[in-house]
Ligand binder design. Structure first.
Ligand code: FES
Length: 359
């Protein structure tokens, strides 16, 4: 087909296909390459995001039971985005890919960005509508769908419609298998490279749960209620950090704070942060130490639409990855919208045993 033969509306779909295809491939690969996405104790993990979203979402009754299978949901989303992206880029089974893309975007809209205000600052709803032209019109020019149709049209002479249809399925199946294999190999390489890269990078935000010797799963992060007597449980002894974090002998005579122990104070770097799970709400939370011995804790769920904020130690602010809200690193107050209220403060105390307690 010559360029002049192409209908303008078919060419008009090309930028849309390129952008949506690239974006969904990037989103899927980014999730697979980022080990923090599957690490429950990380504020940006799928577990934390699902938990935060469940509090605000209109489909919270569906999200709450699903959040216990968060890693599987995360993998499905990542591979779903990749499949949809490859389909859109190549223009193979474009309508199927577009419907899949619209469904993924609709799920994210309902789960995460439903309460975004004004609504047009949330991208998910825009993606839902961006997929619709491809779902209606198909891939258009420069797509494998169009190529297969042309080949089939040439081979139609002397053959029944059924034979042509069988061959079309075989060709489309072979192309889909080849593209799927290529995407899987790429995903494996990107995931491996991403993990290698992350393992060599220092994480600016620590994890209090590791200080307690707890497993990273959100449901098993062990915040333990304190008792007036000093704790002597074998688990605590086994996982307590050595030497530097051990409380001086005279200090253990002081009463421990009433509240729930969340981890050792030494897990929070000075001018840095560490994550934990708020024992009262189950929300992902962050504790910061702006000056030696001063501990401040905040609910990490962004009040705008429920994403989980990250602490940026360089600028001492919390930043929301979804729509860019920023919150003061010591007060939690909004510094940059669209959020219009601050992060919820969590009362926290350092005990004489070197542990931090939510009180
Ligand atoms: Fe929108 Fe945080 S969820 S800025």
């Amino acid at each position: 087909m010559r360029h002049s033969d192409l209908a303008a509306h078919e060419l008009a779909l090309l930028p849309l296909r390129a952008f949506l295809g690239f974006t969904f491939c990037f989103a899927g690969l980014q999730k697979l390459a980022n080990p923090s996405f599957f690490k429950a104790s990380s504020p940006g993990s799928i577990q934390a995001q699902m938990h935060g979203a469940a509090r605000h979402s209109p489909i919270h009754t569906l999200l709450t039971p699903l959040s216990s299978h968060a890693p599987i949901i995360g993998l499905l989303i990542a591979f779903g985005e990749l499949a949809v992206g490859v389909g859109a880029l190549a223009g193979l089974l474009t309508r199927v890919a577009a419907i899949g893309g619209a469904l993924i975007s609709l799920s994210l809209f309902l789960a995460v960005s439903f309460h975004t205000n004004p609504y047009y600052t949330g991208s998910d709803i825009v993606f839902v509508f961006a997929w619709l032209p491809l779902a209606i019109a198909g891939g258009g020019a420069y797509s494998l769908d169009a190529y297969v149709s042309q080949v089939m049209a040439r081979r139609r002479a002397g053959r029944t419609a059924h034979m042509v249809d069988v061959e079309r399925r075989r060709v489309v199946g072979s192309l889909a298998a080849a593209l799927g294999f290529g995407a899987l190999v790429t995903a494996g390489a990107v995931a491996g490279f991403g993990r290698l890269l992350h393992s060599t990078k220092a994480d600016s935000t620590g994890d209090l749960s590791s200080g307690l010797g707890a497993t990273p799963g959100a449901s098993t992060v062990a915040a333990t209620p304190s008792s007036p007597a000093p704790s002597t449980s074998p688990t605590t002894q086994a996982s307590a950090p050595p030497a530097a974090s051990r409380a001086p002998a005279h200090a253990t005579t002081k009463p421990l704070p009433r509240g729930t122990k969340i981890g050792p104070a030494t897990a929070v770097p000075v001018k840095g942060a560490a994550t934990f799970q708020d024992p009262a709400t189950g929300d992902p939370a962050v504790v910061v130490q702006p000056a030696a011995g001063t501990f401040l804790a905040f609910d990490a769920v962004c009040p705008h639409a429920g994403c989980t904020v990250d602490y940026e130690p360089g600028h001492r602010v919390f930043i929301c990855p979804c729509h860019g809200s920023q919150f003061n690193g010591t007060s939690g107050a909004v510094e940059v919208g669209p959020a219009n209220s601050g992060l919820r403060k969590i009362a926290i105390t350092a005990g004489p045993d070197g542990q931090l307690y939510v009180t």
